[in-house]
Write a protein that binds this ligand. Structure first.
Ligand code: SAH
Ligand code: SF4
Ligand code: F3S
Length: 476
């Protein structure tokens, strides 16, 4: 097979480097692409975070500009792309399993193009495995070269070439990429790419490259377009979203400024994720306290409540400084809902460390958390740390933690019983077609009876019953 045209391999060593060069911005012109997808159907499956979902929306946009239709299932697809996540091992194992399963469709449809994109191919080890052990994967590309899809597709579909290209250097910010968004009323808007934090357990800085912030004008223009299309809610995305603007050398425009500018727009709702506690400034809290369209839900991953573990994780804050941010938030936005991410069983975590985490969870009054057992990621420092806690103990800690976290979910829901909350209706409930489902300002899932014509609008709903995972209500 001939790789000569595109072959490019990722390198962990290169991905670790952070250049001091400023970021170039490329404004794409996709207006005259050839309709190479006419009569063909494409399927993209997303496995990762919201950033990964936003990338899928860009891929869908490119497919649509090339004339492809969306396949409703694997069977009828001419091309299937898995947009992958590398953050924990089980996410990766799932993808390898999926590839084994999808291979069958190549037998019934020998022209099927099978692609792997996203964060997994950015890892050297995974890339090598895909190349050698999965010869039936025709198309492999990473997070930095999605805009080159038109050329890749042409080679893979028409020249039957295996296309393999993954860059370690992040290169440019690509503007004007076409998008087909998942929803018609709420949108993801990435405001920065990459991560410079290098938390010792985390693969993301290697798979996503250095922090690059989009120009405020580009973001505001995208939001203007969304407004003119009737969008009501925007979620600003970044791996460290509140570090937005810290990489600007020419302008003094930071995250709090952006929030303040969006506060003045006609958007009904502004959300953002994910915030790093270390970069959560007092200015940001004061702007958030203005309320209005700035939603009172803050996802603020803490990872651990033990200063010893936080140091080993390279998180850049202590239990006390984290709790200071939480205190400031509650002081200025008393009804705020705060959620978090926690890793248990980080190498060297002792019973006392874990107890500090439990203390912090209680003190911070979280109303939800994603909790994970530490998963070693090759190439990250923590993968080499001595880890002598048995998996059984780690799993038991996870369970103890989850019980307290679930109390938080219950408490967070219970406080809305009898209240009227505004619900942005996402769609018809999966389990019951008579019920609608949507989210409140505090990001609580609300189910209530209503007509499908309400999808996309904001409806006041009186909460009649609080459950652990959702609220039940009646439209008022
Ligand atoms: N940028 C975000 C989140 C990135 S990944 C932040 O800093 O908060 C989402 C979550 O996955 C992290 O918050 C962390 O809790 C978890 N995670 C990341 N790497 C992990 C690993 N190696 N093992 C277990 N959990 C991990
Ligand atoms: Fe990973 Fe830390 Fe960056 Fe979040 S801030 S993406 S956990 S390195
Ligand atoms: Fe996963 Fe990549 Fe997002 S590793 S969490 S898809 S940045």
């Amino acid at each position: 097979m001939d790789y000569a045209k595109y072959f490019n391999k990722p390198s962990l060593k290169k991905a670790r480097k952070r250049q001091r060069t400023s970021t170039d911005i490329v404004r794409l012109d996709t207006s005259n692409l050839n309709a190479i997808g006419k009569g063909k159907k494409a399927l993209i499956v997303t496995y990762g975070c919201q950033g990964n979902e936003a990338d899928t929306e860009t891929m869908r946009g490119i497919f649509s500009r090339l004339g492809f239709d969306t396949a409703s299932g694997e069977k009828e697809a001419d091309i299937i792309i898995l947009n992958t996540c590398a953050v924990r091992e089980n996410a990766e194992n799932r993808i390898f399993g999926e590839l084994g399963r999808l291979k069958q469709y190549k037998r019934t449809n020998p022209d099927l193009v099978l692609g792997v994109a996203g964060c997994m191919p950015q890892e050297e080890r995974v890339f090598d495995a895909l190349l050698e052990k999965y010869p039936y994967v025709d198309l492999i590309f990473g997070t930095h070269n999605i805009h080159k899809l038109p050329a890749y597709l042409e080679s893979a579909l028409y020249n039957k070439e295996r296309v393999v290209e993954v860059f370690s250097d992040e290169g440019e910010i690509i503007e004007n990429q076409p998008k087909v968004r998942d929803h018609k009323h709420k949108a993801f808007v990435p405001i920065m790419y990459g991560c410079d934090e290098f938390c010792t357990y985390c693969i993301v800085p290697y798979t996503r490259g250095k922090e690059r912030s989009r120009c405020p004008e580009d973001i505001l223009q995208e939001i203007d377009e969304l407004l003119s299309q009737g969008y009501k809610e925007v979620t600003l995305l970044g791996q460290n979203v509140n570090a937005y603007g810290n990489d600007f050398t020419d302008i003094n425009y930071r995250f709090s400024r952006l929030l303040d500018d969006l506060h003045k727009t006609d958007l009904a709702r502004v959300r953002f994720t994910t915030s790093h506690p270390k970069d959560f400034t007092k200015e940001t809290i004061s702007v958030l306290a203005k309320g209005g369209n700035l939603m009172p839900h803050i996802h603020l991953p803490v990872q651990s409540g033990s200063d010893r573990m936080l140091k080993k994780m390279n998180r850049g804050y202590t239990k006390a400084t984290y709790l200071n941010v939480v205190r400031d938030l509650y002081e200025q936005i008393p009804h705020a809902a705060i959620t978090t991410d926690i890793i248990v069983g980080f190498p060297g975590e002792k019973k006392e460390d874990f107890e500090h985490t439990l203390d912090l969870v209680r003190e911070a009054c979280f109303e939800g958390a994603f909790t994970f057992v530490f998963s070693p990621r090759e190439g990250t420092p923590a993968a080499k740390y001595k880890d002598d806690t048995p998996m059984k103990v780690k799993k038991a800690r996870l369970q103890t933690l989850n019980e307290i976290v679930n109390d938080g979910y219950r408490r967070g829901h219970a406080r809305f019983e009898g209240e009227v909350v505004d619900v942005l209706v996402d769609g018809v409930s999966k389990n019951n077609p008579a019920m609608l489902a949507g989210y409140s300002p505090h990001n609580k899932l609300v189910n209530f009876e209503g007509d499908a014509s309400l999808v996309g609008s904001i409806v006041p709903v009186k909460i009649t019953q609080a459950k652990t995972w959702f609220l039940l209500g009646e439209a008022t």
